[in-house]
Write a protein that binds this ligand. Sequence first.
Ligand code: HEC
Length: 230
Amino acid sequence: MPPHWLIRCCRCLLVGIGSCAGLLAHDPITTRITYSREIVRIFEKRCFSCHGEGGSAPMSLMKYEEARPWAKAIKEEVLERRMPPWGAVKGFGAFRNEEALSQEEVSLIADWVEGGAPEGEQKYYPPKISADEPRVAALEGNRLLVKDTVKVPGAVRLIGIEAASSSDLASALIVAEQPGGSVEPLIWLRNFKAGWKRRYEFRDPIALAAGSRIRVEPSTGASIVVFFRD
Ligand code: HEC
């Protein structure tokens, strides 16, 4: 009986040369971490919103056959903390839903790749794999579209921001200016890519007095919606 990895390679060749690039040179399986048990669950939470059907990323990672050819790149991206991208400068504003992978998740992914990136048994797949945009439940409230500068409608508490852009956005700073002139940093979008739509939930609501203004600098055509409560 040929070794397991050989069978897998042959199956892959049948699926198509394109998806095989990463497999031809691959090593025997030396890990117990599998796609169907651990990895798909991490990807579901952290990756599928973009790397799924209709997502903004160039490829899907939703199926093992789709993810496997990217294994080496996946390891590199998560170790370098380039994926999942946050789209904003960390430390500028404080957010509840910073989606960084935990150190444990990074290690699981890296060990899985190093161990030959096995699929694992079908029975371990989660019952339903979905690519829903992670819900930021608390962002239900009033919405205010910020084109350039907008005045808040009375005293408000900001709870979050939704940003979307139809073109790549190198940098956009969003601040709130209180009537007295003091300026609160809200978020600094950075390397925000075309097609993304991301929600950022403030760790603590930001209280603004009536007459405060919210500003985008520069106003680059991004669509910024601020969520607030009275
Ligand atoms: C907010 C959207 C988004 C999320 C979430 C996301 N990605 Fe990506 N990813 C992208 C986009 C867009 C690209 C295309 C290249 C770029 O813009 O950097 C990409 C590219 C990649 C690449 C290819 C890099 C290369 O070598 O070209 C890998 C691998 C990758 N992502 C892995 C992941 C993994 C693993 C996760 C989850 C842990 C993840 N991504 C989460 C948007 C996302």
